[in-house]
Design a protein around this ligand. Structure first.
Ligand SMILES: [Fe+2]
Length: 201
């Protein structure tokens, strides 16, 4: 698998192609994933960090919706990195249902079918679910509690029918990692209290 230095270089090149806040987001997800994985004896913190850095690497191809999943998958497969490529496809699906993507469906039917088959036939492990979790709660300066994030997103974008089911899946993931860590994951992440209780906007 790519080293941390190689992953940082890939992210740097990608951000040159399509600059945006997704660079900071990728670093935050990586950092939070590593902090949690460090407490889990069965996980490799550096691997979690690399996965966090590259989960959105498909954004190198431009400002897109669901297409960034495929662009990331194809790019990482072209680098010979199937484990990282898998994260590109799974990071938006705590529920294994292609119709639960939150955003624009800018892909073709063939890609949707490929994704549906992939989600159905691929076991998601602790790395997949860790990146899903960190993607959901990471902010530029750390993290916030997921309930706060859910409400913020719902107020900005509304609540499609699968919303509650998705929330439940994230909550189960958090419970899983709390158990693996032997503590609340929030106690491991930066600025959770501040980010969850202050509204400075
Ligand atoms: Fe993403």
């Amino acid at each position: 698998m790519l080293t941390v230095a190689q992953a940082k270089q890939e992210l740097k090149l990608a951000v040159q192609m399509n600059p945006g806040p997704w660079e900071q987001h990728s670093y935050s997800v990586a950092n939070n994933a590593r902090l949690i994985a460090t407490k889990v004896s069965t996980m490799d913190p550096e691997k979690a960090y690399v996965m966090g850095l590259l989960h959105d690497i498909g954004r190198r191809a431009g400002v897109t919706g669901i297409r960034h999943l495929f662009d990331g998958y194809n790019y990482l497969m072209s680098l010979g990195e199937p484990e990282l490529a898998k994260i590109s496809l799974t990071h938006s699906f705590p529920i294994k249902d292609v119709n639960t993507f939150f955003g624009k469906y800018d892909c073709d039917q063939e890609q949707m079918t490929f994704l549906a088959d992939f989600l159905e036939n691929t076991e998601q492990d602790d790395y997949d679910t860790l990146i899903q979790l960190c993607d959901a709660i990471s902010l530029p300066n750390g993290a916030c509690i997921m309930e706060k994030r859910f409400v913020d997103v719902a107020m900005r974008h509304g609540m499609p029918p699968f919303t509650i089911e998705k929330w439940k899946a994230f909550m189960n993931t958090k419970k899983h990692f709390d158990a693996l860590c032997g503590c609340s994951i929030y106690s491991l992440l930066p600025n959770v209290l501040e980010n969850s209780t202050l509204d400075l906007n």
